[in-house]
Design a protein around this ligand. Structure first.
Ligand code: ZN
Length: 358
């Protein structure tokens, strides 16, 4: 039996010596952690203690992405096995590879390989293999860029679907660029999520700032820098209001209860960014596109770098799902709010989209 008072003491002290001896979960965020986790502490009444990660998961909690409870830093045997599979695929992509043969290399069942591979690489072994083959194919055929990008898009869905969806606008109506001069009122709040803190802010027209972070003060500063002339008003998540309602929808989405977010956004954007961001909002939850496929889908196949840079400047995480854009190699690419969060979001969306498939 765990001594609750001693556990809580270890948690408040972030006692490394207790890591692996027990785990603590926070019912309000749905996350469990090692005692030493650096994340901000929850209130005592929301904390539960567990002897094993399995017990915490049995209670419906998910592993924290910062402290990765249940794994040993720097020596995660699962990560090494996945890395071995990645290397094997890269060296044998011309041959015939089956999930079973890869599973044998990893020493995992095909089902678990599929899951672990997606969790650590961001795409399935099949998608990774396709990407390797395409890369090889591409280096042989220098002139076939347009065709290849179409083929690549087909690897994720179908090209026609990209175009079909690319045309639909989902209510993203960026304001004119205000150069920070206009004195708009912006209310904001910070919420704890399983991907750490999330700050959301909105004008009366829509959300203008949705960003992850680890430090509240730094996030406030980023918000102030983004809207230097605005009057900022902090609200509590527990009060009633439009912003809190939007926060609730975002929380449901992050907990996998809400398929997609189509909340109104009120953001500054260039014409090009508007087109990229509208396109991103047409990528269905549970799917990904390469930067090149996005550029091709917008009818500007040469604009791959510009697409990547528009993704990196996205001011509203999740609302504009820039996490659904990965590199053409199958590599998850970058993410403004960290690769771990990107992978966790993709994993969550895939699980939600196909709960019965591996
Ligand atoms: Zn943690």
């Amino acid at each position: 039996m765990l001594r609750q008072d001693l556990c809580w003491q270890a948690v408040t002290k972030r006692d490394h010596a207790q890591d692996g001896r027990f785990y603590f979960g926070v019912v309000t965020t749905g996350v469990y952690c090692n005692p030493s986790c650096p994340a901000r502490r929850a209130k005592r009444e929301n904390v539960r203690f567990y002897e094993t990660p399995e017990a915490a998961e049995h209670d419906g909690l998910r592993a924290c992405l910062r402290c990765r409870p249940g794994t040993q830093p720097g020596d995660d045997p699962r990560a090494k096995r996945i890395q071995a599979v990645v290397e094997y695929i890269e060296h044998h992509s011309q041959g015939k590879l089956t999930l079973d043969s890869l599973a044998r290399i990893a020493g995992l069942s095909p089902f678990h390989l599929q899951r672990k591979f997606k969790a650590s690489v961001g795409v399935s072994p099949r998608q990774y293999l396709d990407a390797c083959r395409l890369r090889a194919f591409k280096s042989e055929l220098r002139s076939g860029e347009g065709l290849l990008e179409s083929v690549w898009a087909a690897g994720f869905g179908s090209t026609s679907r990209v175009y079909e969806r690319g045309g639909s606008k989902l209510g993203l109506t960026p304001s004119q660029y205000r150069s920070g001069a206009e004195a708009v009122e912006i209310s904001y709040l910070t919420m704890s999520t399983r991907l750490d803190l999330l700050m959301i802010a909105a004008t009366d027209r829509g959300l203008c700032f949705v960003q992850f972070g680890e430090n509240e003060a730094a996030m406030e500063e980023a918000l102030r820098k983004e809207y230097p002339k605005a009057s900022l008003r902090r609200v509590r998540e527990t009060e009633a209001g439009q912003l809190q309602a939007w926060a609730g929808t975002i929380r449901d989405y992050l907990n996998g209860k809400q398929p997609d977010l189509s909340l109104p956004a009120d953001i500054r954007a260039t014409a090009f960014q508007t087109r990229v961001w509208n396109f991103l909002r047409s990528i269905p939850s549970g799917e990904v596109r390469s930067y090149a496929a996005v550029a091709a889908g917008m009818g500007q196949p040469q604009a791959v770098r510009a697409v990547a840079s528009a993704c990196a400047r996205n001011p509203v995480a999740l609302l504009i799902p820039c996490h659904r854009v990965i590199r053409g190699t199958g590599d998850p690419g970058g993410y403004r709010w960290g690769l771990e969060r990107k992978q966790a979001l993709l994993e969550m969306e895939r699980e939600r989209a196909a709960p019965n498939r591996g």
